[in-house]
Ligand binder design. Structure first.
Ligand SMILES: Nc1nc2c(ncn2[C@@H]2O[C@H](COP(=O)(O)OP(=O)(O)OP(=O)(O)O)[C@@H](O)[C@H]2O)c(=O)[nH]1
Ligand SMILES: [Mg+2]
Length: 274
């Protein structure tokens, strides 16, 4: 059954002349939402991929991802936070607009920076943004300029069983989770696949184990997170971890070579992504 968010996405894409899908620079492949892309394709609308939060990832890695994604769709990387790539964003929209003025739909998972991107197009802040996923609740039309009208949308919530776990974790609201420990352990597991460094540096702990639960315990100890009965508050450590990933305080990122992809080779990314 289609969720409320799927229905909004369907409606918004039908209305738009051009669609921007926003990806998270740390996990560009996992933050691609095939459900959205299928709708865009079925509706025959041009799709642009905008990789946001590029301030969290080395430029060289961004260039590699851009080359790889560009084989499928026009792709740029930007940092809405640092307002880097604004000109590229204007250009790619204008170049791919089937008509002017153009109505652009900005879609993607929660928390990838959709509202922030629209704010940089507008040149001043007007839309609410938030580190808490699920902030934008309704679609809204914003006039960025005479030529570009943009529709902001609520993030499409991933379906937990079908989509990459990291995308699901990125979309969770740690405040409202009954059990934040399971996704936090998963997040640690994914972080450890890359290296222990990001965990060690962010939490000032020594990671001499590959057991995620032990690491969570160390974070709780280091932060002095205690329950009333004096036991360690593991739930709170888990919430902190998820929140830090979402806010970009905890950074680890994936490169094309992590998936066996290279900007030169012709390997299809569709084989690799969800
Ligand atoms: N580091 C970094 N953080 C960013 C960037 N763009 C947005 N953020 C942060 O990411 C969080 C989410 O940004 P929003 O613009 O609210 O994201 P959204 O996609 O509209 O989120 P929903 O409305 O919840 O779907 C906020 O805390 C922003 O400050 C960026 O380029 N770099
Ligand atoms: Mg938003």
């Amino acid at each position: 059954m289609a969720s409320k968010f799927d229905r909004i996405v369907w409606q918004v894409i039908s209305e738009a002349d051009l669609v921007i899908e926003v990806l998270d620079a740390r996990i560009p492949l996992e933050s691609r939402c095939r459900r959205i892309e299928q709708v865009v394709e079925r509706k025959g609308k041009p799709l642009i991929l905008v990789i946001n939060k590029s301030d969290l990832v080395p430029r060289q890695v961004m260039e590699e991802w851009r080359k790889i994604f560009s084989r499928e769709h026009p792709t740029i990387y930007i940092s809405a936070r640092d307002r880097l790539g604004t000109r590229r964003l204007w250009q790619v929209i204008k170049r791919n607009a089937p008509k002017l003025p153009v109505k652009v739909a900005v879609v993607g998972y929660p928390n990838v920076g959709k509202s922030s991107i629209i704010n940089i197009l507008k040149g001043r802040h007007s839309l609410g943004t938030s580190p808490i996923p699920g902030f934008t609740k309704h679609k809204q039309l914003v006039k960025a300029s005479r030529m570009i009208h943009v529709i902001d949308t609520p993030g499409v919530f991933p379906s937990p069983k079908k989509e990459p776990e990291i995308a699901v974790i990125s979309a969770l609201r740690p405040e409202s989770l009954d059990d934040p420990v399971i996704p936090a352990l998963k997040l640690l597991e994914i972080a450890l696949r890359k290296s222990t460094l990001s965990i060690e540096e962010t939490y000032k702990i020594e990671v001499d184990t590959d057991d995620p639960y032990t690491i969570l315990t160390k974070i709780a100890e280091r932060r002095g997170l205690l329950l009333k009965d004096g036991k360690l508050n593991i739930d709170e450590a888990a919430r902190i971890l998820i929140r830090d990933w979402q806010s970009g305080r905890l950074v680890f990122y994936f490169t094309p070579s992590d998936y066996g992809l290279s900007p030169g080779a012709k390997k299809e990314i569709s084989e690799k992504s969800n």
